[in-house]
Design a protein around this ligand. Structure first.
Ligand SMILES: Nc1ncnc2c1ncn2[C@@H]1O[C@H](COP(=O)(O)OP(=O)(O)OP(=O)(O)O)[C@@H](O)[C@H]1O
Length: 599
């Protein structure tokens, strides 16, 4: 008997919303613009499943790209829920990975581009050293450490030597080019290079564009507002010259990566093209009515987003707690979390996210949670180890070994598929079988949630990961994240006494609080959100003087509020002096929201 594909059922839930249905059925280039919780990702994932079933057949496929690792993980999670676990012809990943894996590695050498072989990715100290050399080579006496942030912003505007770089001065371009030469002398490229080189290859060679089109006749982009100019130019070349069909979704009100070169007006430009169908969604299915109302007040721009008729009313609370991050964190643990757990029957710590503007608040929250006995998973630059594709996969292997194998969650073939995906230099069938056997033997022999994490990880590294890193030097960034994880298992470090089962919860578990920066929370949703640190000089940061910078801080506040489904708790200082001796108090954003809602 023929079983109907799973996406049919999901598609039926879109039918009642004519705009979602329209987006699902559109055929040419389409851009969906919509606010938070309006189902952009849901439509995208369902439509991709349908296109894989009806429109493209292997070896041709779909490239589905987004900006951050977290958004890529969310996409993967949703595709898995639709039964698309190891679809060989579906690429899901960040724009950087796409450029590296599908443009630079296969075509750069063929095109005669002078890049290091094998490709290795620069670490932060390599980048700093290369910048120091570049500054010295053009006679600038400047400490690279103090110049690094400005340099990063400059570099994100650079489009390569063959394009007009009219947003940069001649001096800026000389420093960038000297920096690139210094990196190449070390045999390295960096993340910005991945985009610049990708654009260069696509610009220069029709055959590169044609080959990409043959491989991926459809290009799908989530969170388009986060893309900078170089990526926008890549999309234009591939879709409006090489013939790829475009399906993009985005929301310029959620553009929070200006410091990384994002330009939300590019989304507007794209959706205004005559050859692009523009679809607007306006119902918010995620948030309760009070939260939708508050989010629009916080944004301070009329948007007219609504909730469906059966939406809950929801809860918004404001709190003034202490005079610094530590006091706020203690107050959250002592007072707010116990209250929030009572809001709904069966609510668990995993239903709650604590969002904060910077890692200082994350540190305070982690300390307070530990002291109060709350388990947590932390997603920010100070988490015990970096959450990369590889460390996320290791977490999933731990879930499988801790009992997931009994219920096929995660599925073994999904783990295997990713494992084989990294080992691109293994081509012979015999070697591939050996590789599969290595991983399956490891997993099967370690089905024990009580095993010590150090022993488990040591064996995984010894049997599988070390040989992989030797073969695949371009995975340098993942190797660094693994080293961080490995070091965290050493005596007196956070995971010294962890079992595999405890480590598995780092992927997110019902009994763990979620501690996340506002930036990393984009694309996520939680039943309850506690947002701390909405303090004077913190959100917006006191260094930000430009109107656009302040607008971006407002959008960040908006993104945070719209992560909550049912209740939101907004927390600021009640005044006094913080640890650095500065006067604190509520941010203008929270004061304005409170006053407008009171009215
Ligand atoms: N037609 C629908 N019927 C029922 N639920 C829906 C519908 N569309 C979306 N949802 C639900 O609304 C929530 C938000 O959807 P989704 O995450 O796709 O929105 P989004 O526009 O991508 O949000 P954001 O931009 O804030 O990340 C999800 O829980 C999703 O399942």
């Amino acid at each position: 008997m023929n079983r109907r594909p799973q996406y049919y059922i999901e598609a039926e839930t879109l039918r009642a919303n004519s705009a979602q249905w329209d987006a699902y059925n559109s055929y040419g280039h389409t851009v969906v613009l919509a606010g938070p919780g309006s189902g952009k990702t849901k439509v995208l994932v369902t439509k991709v499943a349908r296109m894989l079933h009806e429109d493209v057949h292997a070896p041709r496929g779909i490239a589905c790209v987004t900006f951050s690792n977290e958004c890529a993980r969310e996409l993967e999670r949703r595709f898995t829920a639709l039964g698309l676990t190891n679809q060989e012809n579906l690429f899901i990943g960040t724009v950087h990975t796409f450029c590296l894996q599908h443009i630079i590695i296969p075509y750069a050498r063929l095109a005669g581009l002078a890049i290091p072989t094998p490709i290795a990715v620069a670490k932060s100290n390599d980048r700093r050293a290369a910048l120091g050399e570049a500054l010295a080579s053009i006679g600038r006496k400047q400490n690279p450490e103090n110049f690094l942030d400005d340099f990063k912003s400059m570099r994100r505007l650079y489009l390569g030597p063959e394009r007009e770089n009219n947003r940069l001065s001649e001096d800026d371009i000389r420093i960038i080019q000297a920096y690139e030469e210094a990196l190449r002398r070390r045999g390295l490229i960096d993340f910005d290079d991945m985009i610049i080189l990708g654009l260069q290859l696509i610009d220069r060679h029709v055959w590169v564009r044609n080959l990409l089109f043959s491989r991926f006749p459809i290009l799908v982009i989530d969170e388009y507002q986060d893309l900078g100019v170089a990526l926008h130019l890549i999309v234009e070349r591939l879709c409006f010259e090489a013939g790829m069909r475009l399906f993009a979704v985005g929301d310029w009100d959620q553009s929070i990566y200006g410091f990384m070169g994002a330009q939300p007006d590019l989304l507007e430009q794209l959706s205004n093209r005559p050859d692009v169908k523009r679809i607007q969604l306006s119902l918010n299915y995620r948030c309760s009515t009070k939260i939708v109302e508050a989010s629009q007040v916080a944004l301070a721009e009329p948007r007219n987003y609504r909730t469906p008729e059966n939406a809950e009313e929801g809860v918004i609370h404001f709190y003034q707690l202490g005079s610094n991050a530590i006091e706020q964190a203690r107050g959250i643990c002592a007072q707010i979390i116990p209250e929030v757990l009572q809001y709904r029957l069966g609510r668990k710590l995993g239903d709650i996210a604590i969002l904060y503007p910077n890692v200082k608040y994350g540190d305070a929250m982690a300390q307070a949670a530990t002291a109060a006995g709350y388990a947590y998973t932390r997603l920010d630059p100070r988490s015990t180890y970096r959450k990369t594709r590889l460390t996320r996969w290791i977490e999933q292997c731990a879930i499988w070994c801790s009992g997931g194998w009994k219920i096929a969650q995660p599925r073994l073939n999904g783990l295997m598929y990713k494992w084989m995906g990294w080992n691109t230099r293994i081509n012979s069938h015999t070697q591939q079988v050996t590789l599969q056997r290595q991983l399956s033997t490891f997993l099967w022999n370690h089905r024990d949630p009580e095993e010590k994490l150090t022993d488990w990880l040591n064996d995984l590294i010894f049997r599988c990961l070390r040989p992989m890193f030797q073969r695949q030097p371009e995975l340098a960034e993942d190797r660094d994240a693994l080293v961080q994880l490995f070091n965290a298992c050493k005596p007196e470090k956070p995971f010294a006494n962890f079992t595999v089962g405890q480590f598995a919860s780092q992927y997110g578990a019902p009994d763990h609080l979620n501690l996340i920066t506002l930036h990393s929370a984009k694309g996520c949703e939680f039943d309850s959100v506690i947002m701390m640190g909405i303090d004077k000089g913190v959100l917006p940061n006191w260094r930000i003087k430009s109107v656009e910078g302040k607008q971006e801080a407002r959008r960040l506040f908006y993104v945070g509020i719209t992560r909550a489904k049912h209740d939101i708790h907004l927390i600021c200082c009640d005044g006094g002096t913080n640890q650095q001796g500065y006067q604190t108090g509520p941010s203008e954003l929270i004061i304005e929201l409170f006053e407008k809602l009171e009215k």
